[in-house]
Design a protein around this ligand. Structure first.
Ligand code: ATP
Length: 267
């Protein structure tokens, strides 16, 4: 299967709910629709409730969808099988369908497992506009998901997209990826929470006041705030190279100067 053979399930980076700033509703929805399936499989069976086969996360780039998917896997003590949808489409005719079958096979073998399909719109665009390869891929994927017994296999599919409107409706029918979770651009309070998460990994001077930064970062996503911290760290390093007595700590001034270099990726 050439390059498609590279799909493997792995232990995800250890991302816990507490490592994700804001997104309270998304975390809650994923806890109930995904993590519970792994944690309470027996209760589902006894109550004869069939869980969703999967959840579609949608929202602008850089808002934390990948992070949430990893957290679902960590919180569920499940393996993580990340798949970039674009990789599936690259192969020769016939190869892509085999790869889809293989992904589900690996996931069942590495159960409990979360299959994470990023950029889902590239795989699951509307059927009318998909070429032959695309149509076959969609069909194969639907076969796999329809045959998946979530409780028996303890495998769940998490999809992510920036363009939910371009996804073929067949995938979102009941019994397939029938839960949608919105992952939005953070408001001021959520930005403060994200900044606090980012601060845990970066030594900062005592006088740093992250609420000032949160107030000045309208329209910044989590990924943008990460870029601000990175730039601030580089400014700290630069100061240190000029003056070896300067502490290796990000200051308020570094963060504020970083804002003039790193703008919001949208708007
Ligand atoms: P894309 O749609 O571009 O794939 P995404 O929504 O999957 O983006 P992530 O890859 O999860 O976004 O986010 C990129 C990085 O930004 C993360 O690794 C993390 O460092 C940071 N980040 C984004 N959102 C948050 C958040 N809510 N809390 C903490 N860090 C965040």
């Amino acid at each position: 299967l050439s390059h498609l053979d590279a799909f493997t399930a792995e232990r995800p980076d250890i991302v816990r709910w507490g490592d994700i700033g804001g997104l309270m509703q998304a975390k809650q929805a994923l806890e109930e629709s995904a993590v519970w399936v792994y944690k309470h499989a027996d209760a589902y069976r006894r109550l004869a409730i069939s869980p969703s086969k999967g959840v579609l996360m949608h929202g602008p780039p850089g808002t934390g969808k990948t992070l949430l998917a990893k957290a679902v896997a960590t919180e569920s003590a499940a393996n993580f099988l990340p798949v970039r949808s674009a990789d599936l489409i690259k192969g020769h005719v016939g190869e892509s369908e085999k790869a889809v079958a293989r992904i589900f096979q690996i996931a069942r073998r590495c159960s409990p497992c979360v299959i994470f399909l990023d950029e889902l719109e590239t795989l699951f665009g509307k059927r009318e506009t998909s070429g032959d390869v695309g149509k076959k891929l969609i069909t194969q994927f639907l076969i796999e998901i329809d045959h998946l017994d979530t409780l028996q296999h303890t495998v769940l599919v998490l999809g992510a997209t920036n363009h939910p409107e371009s996804i073929d409706a067949s995938l979102l029918r009941p019994g397939r990826l029938d839960r949608m979770v919105y992952v939005g651009t953070p408001n001021c309070g959520e930005r403060l929470e994200i900044l606090k998460v980012l601060q845990r990994k970066t030594p900062c001077a005592n006088q740093v006041d992250l609420s000032i930064i949160a107030n000045k970062t309208d329209n910044y996503t989590g990924a943008d705030l990460k870029a601000v911290f990175r730039k601030a760290g580089l400014l700290t390093l630069k100061r240190r190279t000029h003056n070896t007595d300067s502490p290796l700590e990000v200051t308020q001034e570094d963060l504020e100067s970083a804002l003039s270099h790193v703008g919001p990726s949208r708007n």
